[in-house]
Design a protein around this ligand. Structure first.
Ligand code: THU
Length: 262
């Protein structure tokens, strides 16, 4: 148990470190979680606020949707920089396949899971080749196969490219509680923030079941705030991808600048 406590302490330190990456200009609340996987790799999740407060992604939802899009189910522990809320505990117990033990107000462990010594953050980025628009859209289309969509059976994939050339892909992740569903675009953007990546400058989206599918209103609001300079490329099947600037997708958008405290 002593050894496990040492591991949990290390994870808490990591959670506090990554919490600094939070995008919290409205509340100033810096919050982070670290998931330890059974192979010892770690995955971060941070708080990502939005001018439309309702669209804020809390750290736990952020990291769980990152993990689902990676199809990693081998969770061993989650350590948060702040105490889990009742809602978060209800959320985790609704995730199927895990028997959680709340061992401290900010520590959840999966009963029976193997607890490895933490090694490094799981790599989610690829930088190998910077995609053309067509390649970016194909990356998004491929990412849609990682969608977790028990509610809609409607897969969506997203790929983003940051200013420094990192590429992150993600898919939509559904929950029984529809208000918690995270679209592919928001999943990709919030994963990039958890990993402390630079600003997103290209975003590719693909709805394989709907040629020419475009980002929903919630995603447009989040894209315009987190990636205001981005070009958004939409999969049009065999035709050329359609490009629009983030700001064109949401003309006259609410910036929330007046609300910012920090
Ligand atoms: N969805 C996305 O992932 N992105 C969008 O921009 C549109 C909607 C997802 C959310 C939900 O899982 C499913 O598609 C149906 O709305």
């Amino acid at each position: 148990m002593d050894h496990v406590n040492t591991i949990l302490k290390l994870l808490l330190d990591e959670a506090k470190t990554v919490s600094e990456r939070s995008y919290s200009p409205y509340s100033g609340r810096k919050e982070g979680v670290i998931v330890l996987l059974e192979d010892g790799s770690m995955v971060p999740g941070v708080r990502v606020e939005n001018a439309s407060f309702q669209l804020t992604i809390p750290p736990l939802l952020n990291v769980i949707t990152t993990l689902y899009a990676l199809q990693r189910k081998d969770l061993s522990a989650i350590v948060s920089s702040v105490a889990f809320t009742e809602a978060e505990l209800a959320y985790t117990s609704a995730l199927s396949g895990y028997n959680w033990e709340l061992v401290a107000q900010n520590v959840l462990m999966v009963a029976g899971a193997h607890v490895s010594d933490p090694t490094k953050m799981l790599t989610v980025t690829s930088t190998t080749e910077l995609p053309t628009a067509e390649q970016g859209v194909i990356m998004a289309r491929n990412a849609a196969s990682f969608a977790f969509i028990p509610e809609s059976n409607f897969p969506v994939g997203c790929a983003i490219k940051t200013e420094s050339g990192d590429i992150v892909t993600a898919a939509n992740i559904e929950h029984t509680d529809w208000s918690q569903i995270i679209c592919a675009e928001r999943n990709a953007l919030s994963t990039a923030i958890s990993y402390g990546l630079s600003e997103t400058i290209e975003l590719y989206v693909s709805c394989p079941k709907l040629v020419g599918g475009t980002p929903c209103g919630s995603c447009r609001q989040v894209i315009v705030e987190l990636a205001p300079r981005a070009t958004v490329w939409m999969d049009s099947g065999n035709a050329q991808p359609i490009a629009m600037n983030a700001t064109e997708l949401l003309p006259g958008h609410f910036t929330g600048d007046v609300l910012k405290r920090v």
